[in-house]
Write a protein that binds this ligand. Structure first.
Ligand SMILES: Cc1cc2nc3c(=O)[nH]c(=O)nc-3n(C[C@H](O)[C@H](O)[C@H](O)COP(=O)(O)O)c2cc1C
Length: 209
């Protein structure tokens, strides 16, 4: 039995393109994987801890192998609980709108909270980073949406730091089985056709995910 975790990063509710595509994915996944657990986590729901002075301090104290004092210890406990929430799933669905050429800041916050030594990454001073989720059987589907940028457009419409950044982060953790579902209608394209193609991709990916 697998657990599918949908990590959503659009705050736009019913108006969201990425959430609509993700909902279709989840519906088909439920139909075709009736024994699996499905969990949705919209990162805007207030449960993602912040990663400010106490957490950043705790991370560096931890890496230095020193004891964590009260405030840092509490922040580190919240971080580790969030890491475990992520690790509890072996099937990952991310819905990711483009924001200012990159990803919504809440998704970067999520990355900063969960990318921790000993669980997500190791580091060898001579050979570099060790992706600790490699070989764990995890796979990811990522829904990328944008409104202006499109893969066929030139840099006047922005440069894609959305999927390049996010796919690189997944690879860095060791998750390399990645399926992309894209909806980039652009300002002059056919939005309905683009959406229908993305919904179709979502259905077919979910069936065998
Ligand atoms: C804060 C914000 C920033 C955005 N920045 C970009 C951008 O840089 N490039 C782009 O093509 N679209 C941009 N958009 C448009 C969204 O990427 C697009 O509408 C997408 O479908 C939104 O996903 P959602 O409907 O799931 O929220 C932006 C939208 C918002 C709300």
């Amino acid at each position: 039995m697998s657990t599918l975790l949908h990590i959503a990063s659009s705050p736009r509710g019913d108006k969201s393109e990425s959430l609509r595509i993700a909902d279709t994915f989840v519906d088909v996944y439920r139909e075709t994987h009736p024994d699996d657990e499905v969990v949705t986590w919209n990162l805007w729901d207030g449960t993602l801890p912040e990663f400010g002075p106490a957490a950043a301090g705790a991370k560096m104290t931890f890496i230095a192998g020193e004891p964590l004092e009260a405030e840092e210890a509490a922040a580190w406990d919240a971080v580790q609980a969030t890491v475990q929430r992520f690790l509890a799933a072996d099937r990952l669905l991310f819905s990711v709108p483009m924001w200012n050429a990159g990803v919504p800041y809440i998704l970067k916050q999520f990355i900063d909270v969960i990318s921790q030594p000993g669980t997500i990454w190791g580091l060898d001073p001579h050979t570099g980073y060790e992706p600790l989720l490699a070989g764990t059987g995890r796979k990811a589907a990522v829904i990328y949406t944008s409104g202006v940028w499109g893969p066929a457009l030139g840099p006047a419409f922005g440069i894609n730091h959305q999927s390049t950044f996010f796919n690189d982060w997944l690879h860095w953790t060791g998750i390399t089985d990645i399926t992309e579902i894209r909806h980039h209608p652009t300002l002059t394209g056919d939005a309905t056709q683009s959406r229908e193609a993305a919904l179709s991709d979502a259905r077919s990916t979910a069936k065998t995910f």
